[in-house]
Write a new protein. Structure first.
Lengths: 85, 526, 924
């Protein structure tokens, strides 16, 4: 069994709004802590890739436009790159 | 206030504790009152004591012919003395003439104690006028090694009891590495029948302060402590006042006599433990801990107070230092005999007709001291025993009275000079009880650290109590002998170690007091 | 069984020169400064002694060790006499024999000669020495003064002091002073009346005694004796093992009668503790045989049902069936596990192997998530290895010690005692802690600087210190140039030199006077050797990982890495939390801290295990719980961790557990989490298993089975059975085989084996071909990652701040007598010292709220509320309150918010804005 496949098959459920908000707050904290880095967006993406379970990253991509509107610039860029896969 | 009509007559009344104990303050008050009553101008100066205790209160009057002594003066004698004209040195039954001419003093070698009874102890100018601080002036001009060499050449040995060569100790502390060193004066004079330290503290405190300052210069210390026994309140007041005066005059402090060298001095008061006269227990106590004896090594000279190199000396040793510097090491060395150089401060006490302080060059015989100075017993009965060197000194019998007073001879006779205290007993003394007392004293004063002293002293006391109660003598005495030897050889410090001296010497020189008891069944008393 | 036989009598001296002397005709060599007693003992010559011990400075009081030295006077004590070149010593002359007998006879004259009924019979040095010295009679008759009949002080729950058996050797007093540093004991009185006294005579329990046991250990007779030995008699056998409390990892001898542990005795050869112990490790082991222990697996259909006792086979089969069912229905990622950092390395390794090989995912975490995960992250990024840099002995060489957010005298007592010893020797101390801990003012210990910062501002403060170091020219330029990355340092230097990091600029934020920060920074930077020790006050913050990296930056910038006396030292909380991390009980890391995305590392395990390993990080524990509430995560295997009490935001945790379909708890007791469990698998205590623990200094020590597992299986066996039931073959017959596999697959452990551990006693990883005897000090020549990396540590304030309603900041910590959530210590007599959590509050804050000492107060955070009794104390600064979390009834963690470290999700236990009010009607 291909693990990646298994992960994808589980991404059907839509995360709750509260959970999405929590994850966005987490993302914002990562962004804030990486803001002094030369390329904050890349640093944050790398952090998510290394430490966040795919479900969490997928949940971020489920953020709707309204939710994204409240995100910081860095977070928005990160979300865009996540959307792009 | 009327101006003085004429120059007042100076009257000297000692303020030494020994004089106070026999009413010196009351006498001084009586003189003051009587002078006022008679409208005679009198200035009373309070000095230390010359150390002729049977004559205390010894009042002296300054006359054109020099000082004239009267004594022992009781308050009720005072009107009579005035009437007789003692202010001009007139004759009176109590008139003793020039004090220096008294045989007791005339025969002495008063180097260290020259100022006792002469100067007012709390006047720097008196001290300076009698040669004080000359030694410090010289010392400031010398390099530390040369200072140490002078002490070495003088042959001075520690006067506290152990008689260790002072120069070697100084050199050890001087050479010890480390930026912080201390000079500590052991003024915990606890031996029965001793008082020389106290007399210096009360009668000539600057000599100690000067001696400690010189010692500090020599070894590289900037802080000194005097560890004073709590039982000496007068000495405490005199010494602390003198330290304040010395500081005010620049003899102590950050810049001693403008030399740029610092020396501070503090007095710390003990809490009534005899064992704190032992130098390592003293250091513990100074550090604020229980007065517990330390094992040696390390020597205090290398790791003493707060673990720093520390020069620990008795009062007499340190107060002798200015004498050596001022008079010259060789001049000091000329006194004495063999390896015991200089003078010894002997303190006569107990059942003796003329108790007091006798400073003599080493070498005089014990008998000479007891009879020529002491005048035999106060009771008029024959001397049967003397204890030399404090409560842990050996008991000697008249067969020892021709022994010359020097360290080596005494050691060879199984005795010791110690701090120079001599307690006299007449023929009514019960030496078995004295031996019991030695153990009891040790039991009372033991710090409790080492086993031979902590338990042995109690077991020794109990064994002798059984003897005193008429128990079987031979087995008990064998046990006592063995126990005393165990304590001597196995104890951590001299307290337990030297308890054997009074016990074994009593057994050896006065065996009849132990064996006769079994026959008579004399019970123990107290 | 005591260790006195190998005790050489006086401490080792490390004199440069070697001295040659003759003892009893034998030529002996010893370092300068060595005592004759020790030199003789090393040559196999046994000199009688009672007051000497190699863990105490020589004292010279018993006078049994007297010898004769040719040309010397008298009979010097060999314990206090140093060796000298050419010295000729005789230890056994007729006179010396006489003296020893004389002294021993005195001892015995004041001793109740009731040897046959004495609790120390057969284990008494007095008895032994009497035999050695050969006393044949006591000539002092009865009726003399004695200590017989003095009252026994039984106030301490674990040991008694019987004064009539005391020989006043003061070993207990000196152990209390020199080893533990409590100065609780003294010898009061003098002469025959000299008597060991606790405090000012209050007795042991009422005194400053911390019940570390050093005095009991030091006592040569039955004067200080464990009550269990008094009750049960001497043990028959001993098994050397490793303590299961904190991360110090003390070595103990478990002394037993049959299968009953009688006492634990600290092992003098244990290199983590060197014969010392604390009240928990030495005495609080009764939980292991407590009646509450569960002895049979339990199963139930739902958490409302009562438990049903079942056999192991049924329980295991049930779990396997459930987990497979869940995976089949919800997907492979729907289950996970939490490995216990209380269990052995081998057991943790098996759990992560179970997850990766049998579950087929990376959903494995361990309690480091909630304690030191930021340490692993931060030190890996800066130094290249997720562990402390030093061994404990290193502190003996430190000149300046900086303790940040740690309270070692309470939480790591044996190391705390060692640290205090170094402080008493003169090392300077800087404490960064909002609370006045025991180190700030203690007996003969005082912090030169106590930077009592506002909770949550660690990064601002450490940045300010770094700013001072950089702007005042205190950087160790040559170290940085030789050992660190030039570019990351240059970036960091420019970053930190910015005036916004100046102490003056952050003074208002941290609450610490700028001048204090400057002075402390100068002190740290200008020391010959400066060491940092830190604890959960660093990691359990929203910027935990950043703080760890700020610490690493400081150490690198000042060159305080790579030699004795320096370093960055996390004080790990649990006995094996270092090991649990080392063993790969992390969702993103395989054993040896290799990322799951690393194809080389993955391939090695895949080859050995015969499975495919997911390259994606698994769920962290908080995310398992969050996903459970989201409905995606359905089953969990929890090995020895009480999530329902120890996690933050407990109401959320409870809901998450309730949402799962199969919760499996493996523990000693039916803990809080077991309320939510469907299966309970009874685990084995540390006394019941073989294995290894790894302590805070990376020291791997053996755990040895002293008694059989109460429920029949060691924890690794349970996991192995579960793996087998789930279809993954595991067939280890002994934990040593698991360690062999770990060694084969993990570079840092490649040299480790049980045979090596038997030979060396313990070993500090990395242990491999390059370091066959382990690595006490890391990063000596170069950093593990090559060059040290400076990380920019931007201060991002926590969102958890006081507001109009919640004006105070709550922070949490531990006390000495209790441990973590109290599962163990609450089941011992340690309650006499601490029987409830209390809320420390500053007098000003208490007064403003009408709160008096002992009042019941209500504490409310934005997550929940609870009630505690108040303790009005100046140990906390105004605006701050403090409590512990040892008792479930306190529900302290109900208050803790969902805030967590940005990098690792380590919860922000240390900063909770709270409202505190006196409960109306309640009073003390």
């Amino acid at each position: 069994m291909n693990p990646a496949e298994n992960l994808r098959s589980e991404a059907v459920a839509v995360p709750s709004a509260a959970y999405r908000a929590r994850l966005l707050a987490m993302l914002e904290r990562v962004c804030a802590n990486c803001r002094a880095e030369p390329d904050p967006v890349a640093t944050v993406l790398e952090h998510l890739r290394r430490f966040w379970h795919p479900w969490l990253r997928q949940a971020l991509t489920a953020l709707d436009a309204q939710e994204r509107a409240q995100a910081s610039e860095t977070a928005r860029q990160v979300l865009e790159r996540l959307d792009a896969g | 206030m009327n101006p003085p009509r004429e120059t007042p007559t100076v009257v000297y009344v000692p303020r030494d504790a020994a004089a106070l104990a026999v009413g010196a303050d009351v006498v001084a008050g009586a003189i003051h009152a009587e002078a006022a009553r008679r409208a005679l101008p009198v200035q009373i100066k309070r000095t230390g004591s010359r150390g002729l205790f049977w004559l205390e209160p010894l009042v002296e009057v300054a006359t054109p012919q020099g000082r004239i002594a009267y004594g022992p003066v009781q308050p009720e004698d005072v009107p009579d003395l005035f009437t007789a004209g003692f202010l001009s040195g007139a004759s009176h039954p109590l008139r003793l003439g020039s004090p220096e001419a008294l045989p007791y003093l005339q025969g002495q070698d008063r180097l260290l104690h020259a100022r006792l009874g002469v100067i007012e102890p709390d006047r720097v100018d008196d001290y300076l006028a009698t040669g004080g601080y000359r030694a410090l002036e010289q010392a400031l001009a010398l390099e530390p090694p040369e200072l140490v060499a002078q002490v070495q050449r003088s042959g001075l040995r520690g006067r506290g009891g152990a008689a260790f060569p002072a120069g070697i100790k100084w050199d050890t502390v001087r050479r010890a590495p480390g930026p912080t060193k201390y000079v500590v004066c052991n003024a915990d004079e606890g031996d029965s029948g001793t008082f020389a330290d106290r007399m210096v503290l009360e009668g000539d405190p600057f000599s100690l302060i000067e001696g400690m300052t010189i010692a500090a210069l020599a070894v590289g210390a900037t802080q000194g402590y005097v560890y004073l026994r709590v039982e000496y309140p007068h000495a405490y007041r005199t010494l602390t006042a003198a330290i304040e005066l010395a500081r005010a005059r620049g003899y102590l402090g950050p810049d001693v006599c403008g030399s740029g060298r610092a020396f501070e001095l503090e007095v710390r008061v003990g809490a009534g433990a005899y064992v704190c006269g032992e130098e390592t227990a003293l250091l513990e106590s100074l550090e604020g801990k229980r007065g517990l004896v330390r094992a040696k090594p390390p020597l205090p000279a290398l790791a003493g107070l707060f673990g720093r190199p520390t020069l620990v000396h008795n009062v007499l040793t340190l107060a002798t230092v200015p004498v050596i510097l001022a008079e010259g090491a060789e001049a000091y060395r000329d006194y004495g005999c063999g390896n015991s150089r200089g003078t010894l401060s002997l303190q006569l006490a107990g059942n003796v007709r003329r108790p007091g302080l006798v400073e003599k060059a080493f070498g005089m015989s014990l008998g000479e001291l007891l009879y020529d100075y002491g005048g035999g017993t106060a009771s008029g009965r024959p001397i049967r025993a003397v204890q030399v060197g404090g409560p842990l000194g050996a008991y000697l019998s008249p067969s020892h009275f021709d022994l010359p007073l020097d360290y080596e001879t005494f050691a060879a006779a199984g005795a010791m000079l110690g701090h120079g205290g001599i307690v006299v007993f007449d023929d009514t003394v019960d030496m078995a009880r004295m031996a019991r007392h030695a153990f009891a004293f040790c039991a009372d004063e033991s710090c409790g650290k080492c086993t031979p002293c902590r338990i042995g002293s109690v077991r020794g006391r109990e064994a002798l109590e059984r003897v005193l109660a008429g128990g079987p003598v031979e087995a008990e005495l064998a046990l006592v002998r063995e126990l005393a030897a165990t304590m001597r050889d196995a104890s951590l410090c001299a307290l337990g170690g030297m308890t054997a001296y009074p016990v074994l010497s009593a057994l050896e020189h006065f065996p009849e007091d132990f064996t006769a008891r079994a026959r008579s069944g004399r019970p123990v008393q107290g | 069984m005591r260790l006195c036989d190998d005790d050489l009598g006086t401490p080792a001296r490390l004199g440069a020169a070697t001295v040659r002397l003759t003892i009893d005709g034998r030529t002996v060599e010893a370092p300068e400064g060595t005592s004759l007693l020790r030199a003789a003992a090393q040559a196999g010559i046994r000199i009688p002694r009672l007051c000497a011990s190699e863990r105490l400075e020589p004292f010279g009081s018993c006078r049994l060790c007297l010898v004769q030295i040719e040309g010397g006077r008298g009979y010097p004590a060999s314990c206090t006499t140093p060796v000298a070149e050419g010295m000729v010593v005789h230890t056994h002359t007729p006179r010396v024999t006489e003296l020893r007998r004389g002294v021993m006879e005195l001892y015995l004259s004041d001793h109740p000669l009731d040897c046959l009924t004495c609790s120390a019979n057969g284990d008494c040095e007095l008895q032994e020495m009497a035999a050695l010295v050969g006393v044949r009679r006591i000539r002092y008759p009865a009726g003399g003064q004695k200590h017989a009949g003095m009252p026994v002080d039984g106030s301490n729950p674990y040991f008694a002091f019987d004064a009539e058996k005391c020989i006043v050797c003061a070993r207990c007093v000196r152990a209390c002073d020199e080893i533990q540093g409590s100065f609780a004991l003294t010898v009061a009185g003098r002469g025959f009346a000299a008597a060991v006294t606790a405090g000012q005579g209050e007795g042991f329990l009422g005194s400053e005694c911390v019940s570390c046991g050093a005095c009991v250990q030091a006592c040569p007779t039955a004067a200080l004796m464990e009550k269990r030995v008094i009750e049960e008699g001497l043990p028959e056998r001993a098994v050397v093992t490793t303590c299961a409390y904190c991360g110090v990892g003390c070595s103990f001898g478990v002394e037993l009668k049959g299968e009953v542990p009688v006492r634990l005795v600290p092992d003098g050869r244990g290199r983590a503790n060197e014969g010392h112990s604390c009240v928990k490790g030495r005495f609080a082991f009764g939980y292991a045989t407590h009646p509450d222990r569960v002895r049979s697996p339990l199963v139930r259909g739902s958490i409302d049902e009562p438990w049903r006792e079942v056999g192991w086979d049924e329980a295991i089969a049930h779990v396997a069936t459930e987990f497979r069912r869940i995976q089949a229905r919800y997907g492979r990622e729907a289950i996970g596990a939490v490995a216990s950092s209380r269990c052995t390395n081998e057991e943790v390794y098996l759990v992560q192997k179970l997850v990766r090989a049998a579950f087929g995912n990376n959903n494995i975490d361990n309690c480091a998530r909630v304690c030191h995960s930021p340490t692993g992250y931060g030190l890996k990024r800066t130094f290249g290895e997720s562990a402390g840099t030093q061994d404990f002995a290193s502190v003996d060489h430190a000149d300046v010690i900086m303790v940040i957010g740690a309270n070692p005298t309470e939480a790591h007592p044996v190391f705390g005692a060692r640290l205090k010893r170094r402080l008493r020797q003169g090392a300077r101390l800087i404490v960064i802690d909002p609370r006045t801990t025991g180190l700030v003012h203690g007996p003969h210990v005082r912090a030169e600087y106590h930077l009592a910062l506002r909770p949550g501002t660690n990064v601002a403060l450490l940045n300010a210190m770094a700013h001072v170091i950089v702007t005042e020219g205190l950087v160790d330029e040559s170290f940085v140039a030789q050992r660190c990355e030039a570019d990351s340092f240059a970036r960091w230097r420019a970053f930190i030199a910015d005036p916004r990091h100046a102490p003056e600029a952050v003074e208002a934020e941290t609450g610490v006077a700028a001048e204090q920060v400057r002075a402390a920074a100068r002190r740290y930077a200008s020391a010959d050797n400066a060491a940092i020790y830190y604890g959960l006050g660093v990691t359990e913050h929203s910027q935990g990982a950043t703080t760890v990296m700020a610490i690493a930056n400081l150490a690198m910038a000042t060159g305080n890495i790579g030699r004795p006396g320096v370093g960055v030292n996390p004080l790990r909380g649990q006995n094996n939390v270092q090991g649990a991390c080392d063993m790969g009980a992390f969702p993103h890391e395989l054993p040896g801290y290799r990322h799951v995305s690393d194809p080389v590392a993955r391939a090695a395990f895949e080859a050995h295990w015969g499975v495919t390993i997911s390259p994606e990080p698994g769920l962290r524990l908080p995310h398992m719980l969050a996903e459970a509430r989201e409905g995606r995560f359905k089953g969990i295997y929890i090995q020895g961790e009480d999530l329902a009490q120890s996690e933050p935001d407990l109401e959320h945790v409870h809901a998450a557990l309730e949402a799962m379909e199969c919760v499996v708890v493996q523990d000693l007791f039916l803990n809080e989490t077991a309320r939510y469990a469907h299966v309970f698998l009874p685990g084995a205590s540390f006394l019941e298993k073989d294995g290894t623990f790894t302590n805070a200094e990376r020291r791997i020590s053996r755990v040895r089975r002293a008694i059989p597992p109460l429920a029949g299986l060691e924890d690794w066996e349970i996991t192995q059975r579960l793996a087998q039931a789930m279809g993954h073959s595991m067939a280890y017959s002994h934990p040593s085989e698991i360690m062999d596999e770990i060694a084969r697959l993990t570079p840092q452990f490649s040299g480790v084996s049980y045979a090596l551990l038997e030979r060396l006693g313990s070993v500090q990883w990395p242990c491999n071909e390059e370091a066959p005897h382990g690595t006490p000090l890391m990063h000596r020549e170069r950093f593990v990652r090559g060059e040290g990396s400076f990380v920019l540590t931007e201060y991002v304030p926590t969102s958890e701040r006081p507001d109009g309603r919640r004006e105070l900041l709550l922070t949490t910590g531990r006390v000495l007598a209790q441990y973590n959530v109290g599962t163990q210590t609450r089941r011992t007599a340690n309650g006499v010292w601490c029987s409830a959590d209390v809320l420390e509050i500053h007098p000003q804050d208490a007064e403003a709220r009408g709160i008096s000492e002992g009042d019941e107060v209500c504490i409310e955070s934005r997550m929940g509320q609870t009630r505690l009794r108040a303790r009005v104390s100046e140990r906390v600064r105004p605006g701050m309150v403090f409590t512990t979390f040892h008792f479930p009834a306190s529900k302290t963690n109900v208050l803790v918010t969902d805030g967590s470290d940005w990098a690792t999700n380590c919860p922000e236990y240390k900063v909770v804005a709270v409202r505190v009010e006196r409960v109306a009607g309640a009073s003390a």
